[in-house]
Ligand binder design. Structure first.
Ligand SMILES: NC(=O)c1ccc[n+]([C@@H]2O[C@H](COP(=O)([O-])OP(=O)(O)OC[C@H]3O[C@@H](n4cnc5c(N)ncnc54)[C@H](OP(=O)(O)O)[C@@H]3O)[C@@H](O)[C@H]2O)c1
Length: 265
């Protein structure tokens, strides 16, 4: 049994998961318990659908699956607060960046643990989640939780979660930053701000949709819009140049990976 599910912390990411499950019709809201002293709007909406928000400790023993969704800085405190009242059979599925499953298992009294690194597009069932667990049953449990929320990718080694976090966990923010920069660039070369915003946003969404619809390699799609000595090539000579996007992203991803390792302590 995967339910009842206890969401331990329901802020930005926990809230996105709750919204995604609702959209996908994945679980009955009445099978969801939420603990959060400062619940997000998404947690309140889940409560409106029948989820139990901040139930008494005595009700927590029913939870079969616990999603640990507090900030990495707060996970240990949360574990200390609730580990003793949970069922010994409860499986812990942690989305806390960086925190190793061994430490989580220790803090939760040796319960089975899976790690998951989702992203916020889970809210619209277009998320990407990397999964890892030593225990096959815990891994299968995590799959059942995250498959309704988009793409789920099994990793072969827990250490790879740091790298996956750097790509798909933090990745949406890189794309938003890119779009912001494209908007600013548009304004910088003379477009009215509102026009620059519409052009940049619609371009990003259209390009991503085309990537999905065609199934082509991104490099092939890039080549298709780059005529020799044309305008795109002029821009790409800058963007893909020596200190351009590839080296910047390598650096950015390495910084995120490093930070993920630090957060794990
Ligand atoms: N945001 C993302 O895109 C993303 C992506 C992948 C993974 N993650 C992971 O998801 C986790 C949560 O991140 P977030 O961005 O959703 O953080 P967040 O918005 O701060 O949400 C965490 C929630 O947990 C609550 N909380 C804190 N201590 C608690 C406790 N002892 N018991 C119950 N609830 C408690 C917080 O309340 P207070 O505000 O009162 O502290 C907050 O409402 C992190 O570990 C992060 O690494 C996030």
């Amino acid at each position: 049994m995967i339910t009842p599910i206890l969401m331990l912390g329901a802020g930005r990411m926990g809230g996105a998961i709750l919204e995604g499950w609702d959209r996908a019709g994945a679980f009955d809201a009445r099978d969801i318990l939420i603990l959060d002293p400062n619940p997000s709007d998404a947690a309140r909406r889940a409560q409106g659908r029948g989820a139990r928000l901040n139930p008494p400790d005595a009700d927590l023993a029913a939870a079969q699956t616990v999603i640990l969704a507090v900030k990495p800085q707060k996970w240990l405190e949360a574990a200390g607060q609730y580990a003793a009242v949970l069922s010994p059979e409860a499986v812990i599925v942690s989305i806390a960046a960086g925190v190793p499953s061994q430490a989580i298992a220790r803090a939760f009294g040796g319960r089975a643990v899976a790690r998951a690194m989702p992203n916020t597009a889970a809210a619209i069932n277009r998320g990407v989640t990397s999964l890892y667990a030593d225990d096959p049953a815990a891994r299968a449990r995590a799959r059942t939780l995250f498959e309704p929320l988009g793409t789920a990718v099994d990793l072969g080694d827990e250490a790879l979660i740091h790298a996956a976090t750097a790509i798909s966990g933090s990745g949406p923010a890189y794309l938003y930053a890119f779009i912001e920069a494209l908007e600013a660039a548009g304004a910088g070369i003379g477009l009215p701000r509102a026009d620059a915003e519409r052009l940049a946003r619609a371009t990003a969404i259209g390009a991503a949709a085309l990537l999905e619809a065609t199934g082509e390699e991104p490099a092939e799609l890039r080549r298709q819009v780059t005529s020799p000595a044309g305008t795109t090539e002029a821009a790409l000579n800058v963007l893909l140049g020596e200190h351009g996007l590839p080296s910047l992203l390598r650096e950015a991803a390495a910084a995120a990976q490093r930070r993920s390792k630090e957060l794990g302590g």
